[in-house]
Design a protein around this ligand. Structure first.
Ligand SMILES: Nc1ncnc2c1ncn2[C@@H]1O[C@H](COP(=O)(O)OP(=O)(O)OP(=O)(O)O)[C@@H](O)[C@H]1O
Ligand SMILES: [Mg+2]
Length: 377
């Protein structure tokens, strides 16, 4: 147990009889960049405000290090919060906004000067120290907020969607800066976002939330590559879903399911499935292969399906193919490829998506099989 570990135990909260946080258990390591990711209204801000001390839980404990802080007021918790809205003092300059808490503490002027300069450098506002908040861009204002929070030397910095008011490009730049600042100061950051791309690119670990529950905690690669259920599989990145009944267990490695449109599909065997179960399968668009030539059916390529490519979207670094399996609109799949390899010279005369096309994938190509209806029930 380190000084600024956070341990949340059995935390519950209801508003007006409506459960907003449902028995949250979470451990965040000292120095970690930890992200809470989930859709609007899932309880992210409520959880963060509880860590900050602005809301009390109905039950449960929050430990900072080995101390339960649940009954401490916000200013006794050694945590600082940065909000979506900048909340700066409009009449004070950048310098004075950042110096504010040190002045309240009546610290010596030379100490204030050296500390404020240090944090102004850290957030890159050297050229703006005498400006008032209304003379700054949104990104610059948020940098002031970051410096103003960090100068208090909190053990934990809580960030509630600090970038959401900024435009996309600026958001990306500030995200990288935030990552650098985190490396520089080395304290625990708890970052809230509903943007999965933001979460994947910056976090040491991510907690995926929905409807007051934590569904999965893991590194970005873990939650992306091995989602625990179809909500997580769908919320992070893109995915294709289909459902079917397990009709045979081939061996320890593979099983077969039947779907009315897809036919028989070989999937990776999961210990929990058995004949008669109804399962949902998801496979990422980038795991699928697309070919104009029918590949040879083999153990390596057990699933070969004829598709109709009804739309191709070129988006620079990749192309997105929207296909209907067996020309059936009821079974749309997305396939993402890094290069538009299907547009070669031979394709000038023929529109290739009028030809026969196939998708295929290895049965062990990394997808999720979720039992949604147990045969025993
Ligand atoms: N003070 C309150 N009184 C009543 N209900 C509240 C209160 N604060 C939050 N809620 C409700 O609790 C739920 C979770 O709200 P919360 O602000 O934690 O969501 P969020 O995940 O931060 O969403 P967003 O991404 O939109 O910020 C919502 O349904 C919200 O309406
Ligand atoms: Mg919120």
């Amino acid at each position: 147990m380190k000084k600024n570990d956070i341990r949340i135990e059995n935390l519950n909260k209801s508003f007006d009889g409506e459960k907003v946080l449902n028995n949250i258990n979470l451990t965040i390591d000292d120095g970690e960049f930890f992200t809470i990711l989930g859709p609007s209204g899932c309880g992210k801000t409520t959880l963060l405000r509880m860590i900050a001390g602005f809301i009390s839980p109905d039950s449960g404990a929050i430990y900072l290090g080995d101390k339960n802080i649940v009954n401490l007021p916000p200013n006794k918790r050694n945590v600082n919060t940065i909000f979506q809205k900048y909340a700066l003092f409009p009449h004070l300059t950048v310098y004075e906004n950042i110096a504010f808490t040190m002045r309240i503490k009546r610290l010596p002027e030379n100490m204030i000067k050296s500390e404020v300069s240090k944090y102004i450098d850290l957030v890159g506002l050297q050229d703006h120290i005498n400006k008032k908040p209304n003379q700054l861009s949104g990104g610059q204002q948020q940098r002031v907020s970051i410096a103003r929070a960090l100068i208090n030397k909190p053990g934990v910095l809580l960030l509630d969607e600090p970038l959401s008011a900024l435009d996309a490009k600026l958001r990306q730049n500030l995200l990288i800066e935030l990552d650098n600042i985190h490396d520089e100061v080395g304290i625990t950051f708890i970052f809230i976002t509903h943007d999965q791309q933001e979460a994947l690119s910056i976090s040491d670990r991510i907690a995926v939330m929905n409807k007051g529950n934590i569904l999965q905690v893991g590194t970005p690669a873990e939650v992306y590559e091995a989602p625990v259920n179809s909500f997580v599989a769908d919320f992070l990145g893109d995915n294709n879903f289909f459902e079917g009944e397990i009709i045979s267990i081939i061996d320890d490695t593979f099983a077969k399911l039947k779907n009315p449109i897809l036919g028989e599909i070989t999937i990776e065997m999961d210990k929990k499935i058995k004949i008669g179960d109804y399962v949902r399968v998801s496979i990422r668009p980038e795991k699928l292969k697309l070919s104009k030539v029918k590949p040879v059916h083999s153990i390596k390529n057990p699933n070969i399906l004829k598709v109709y490519v009804h739309e191709v979207i070129y988006s620079g670094f990749q192309s997105k193919y929207f296909v209907w399996i067996n020309n059936n609109k009821e079974m749309p799949f997305k396939i993402f490829k890094q290069h538009a390899i299907y547009f070669d010279e031979e394709d000038e005369e023929v529109v290739w998506w009028d030809e026969e096309a196939y998708i295929y994938w290895d049965a062990d190509d990394g997808f999720l099989v979720e039992v949604i209806q147990d045969e025993a029930r």
